[in-house]
Design a protein around this ligand. Structure first.
Ligand SMILES: *[C@@H]1O[C@H](CO)[C@@H](O)[C@H](O)[C@H]1NC(C)=O
Ligand SMILES: *[C@@H]1O[C@H](CO)[C@@H](O)[C@H](O)[C@H]1NC(C)=O
Ligand SMILES: *[C@@H]1O[C@H](CO)[C@@H](O)[C@H](O)[C@H]1NC(C)=O
Ligand SMILES: *[C@@H]1O[C@H](CO)[C@@H](O)[C@H](O)[C@H]1NC(C)=O
Ligand SMILES: *[C@@H]1O[C@H](CO)[C@@H](O)[C@H](O)[C@H]1NC(C)=O
Ligand SMILES: *[C@@H]1O[C@H](CO)[C@@H](O)[C@H](O)[C@H]1NC(C)=O
Length: 295
């Protein structure tokens, strides 16, 4: 048993310990170094966009539950000092509890939230999963992700920028508008497919635009980081996919780097260039003319 673990209880124990460890480190930093260094301390949250599969109340509840089990799992303890009620009810005694002291330690132990956002889940109520004897994180949520296969294949992500705005709105409205940095956001392509990664430039343009829309509607979002500067070993896909604005040739002993079209677009954007759709086409034409190598 100790070798294969226990999925009924251990995910909850792990996150509980992460939260306590985070809170201790944050308190130590605030006490000993923050004044001197003027640093900020935060925690990153993996936040999916969420859309109910139908307009039924059940699917709306399932969508809210999914948010509770992802964003709320981390954000509720940090803002309110405890797990969301839906989690306490569904996970029961397998969910660790905070003592009053721990709750006070965890509550408020952040200067900002980091938001990791890539893609959007379509959510359907799945009451049958509550009947399964073998409990785990997924059966506890009691929701079926209808586009699950699509998300976990190594395909490009559909471009749904309003979903990031939705996440930033959700954080603003649910947690009292804390400062937010979008710490990861970007497009997946099959590794080695092409240097002319137009869909990555389109994705970045759309999602940065969506971040701006959220800011204009009052979200205290203060920064944005594209994932990723370079093709790297990906958490979920290994070397099967890439997110880099630069291609890294793994077969080259010198690991040569080549700029993709997205790096060309991003640099143009950062220098204050126009982001009209027409400009994207123009940049693309120039990029292909200058260095459009296709694999
Ligand atoms: C896993 O943990 C739960 C909750 O602590 C416990 O009830 C269950 O017996 C454990 N399962 C195994 C196979 O050890
Ligand atoms: C809704 O769920 C059904 C059944 O799982 C699925 O066939 C359909 O594609 C889903 N619709 C959306 C928009 O995800
Ligand atoms: C969602 O429902 C489909 C069809 O009922 C099933 O095959 C799939 O395993 C379910 N996925 C999850 C993540 O529960
Ligand atoms: C990537 O493309 C290069 C150049 O065509 C090729 O030599 C290499 O085998 C490819 N690597 C992978 C992992 O597909
Ligand atoms: C803008 O913010 C207001 C106030 O929080 C909210 O009611 C509204 O839904 C937001 N608009 C959008 C498009 O998210
Ligand atoms: C594309 O190249 C043409 C010809 O060199 C140049 O005039 C134009 O400014 C370039 N456009 C962009 C967006 O860089």
């Amino acid at each position: 048993m100790s070798q294969i673990g226990n999925s009924s209880s251990e995910p909850y124990v792990v996150v509980h310990n992460i939260l306590l460890a985070h809170a201790s480190a944050a308190r130590l930093y605030k006490r000993t170094s923050q004044e001197k260094q003027k640093g900020l301390i935060g925690i990153s949250i993996f936040a999916f966009g969420v859309v109910p599969n139908t307009s039924s109340t059940e699917d709306a509840m399932a969508t809210k539950r999914l948010n509770d089990f992802t964003i709320g799992w981390i954000a509720n303890p940090l803002v309110f000092g405890d797990y969301p009620n839906a989690m306490k009810k569904l996970v029961g005694s397998r969910l660790p509890t905070f003592t009053n002291h721990e709750s006070e330690l965890v509550k408020g132990s952040f200067d900002f939230f980091g938001v990791i956002h890539y893609t959007t889940l379509y959510v359907r109520d799945d009451p049958d999963s509550l009947l399964q004897k073998q409990r785990d994180y997924y059966t506890d949520i009691a929701a079926n992700i209808t586009n699950f296969e699509e998300i976990f294949a190594t395909n490009e992500y559909p471009i749904l920028p309003w979903a990031l705005q939705g996440v930033l709105e959700h954080i603003k409205q649910t947690y009292g508008n804390p400062p937010v940095y979008v710490v990861e956001n970007g497009q997946r392509t099959k590794r080695n497919s092409t240097l002319a990664d137009t869909s990555r430039a389109e994705y970045l343009q759309a999602y940065i635009g969506s971040t701006l829309d959220a800011i204009r509607n009052g979200s205290d979002t203060r920064g944005y980081f594209a994932w990723s500067f370079l093709d790297v070993l990906e958490l979920l896909d290994g070397y099967g996919s890439s997110f880099g604005l630069y291609y890294l040739d793994l077969d080259d002993p010198d690991l040569r780097r080549q700029p993709k079209f997205s790096s060309y677009w991003y640099s143009h954007f950062l220098k204050g260039g126009s982001v009209s759709p027409n400009m994207l086409i123009q940049l693309n034409t120039n990029f292909s003319a200058s260095r459009g190598h296709f694999f």
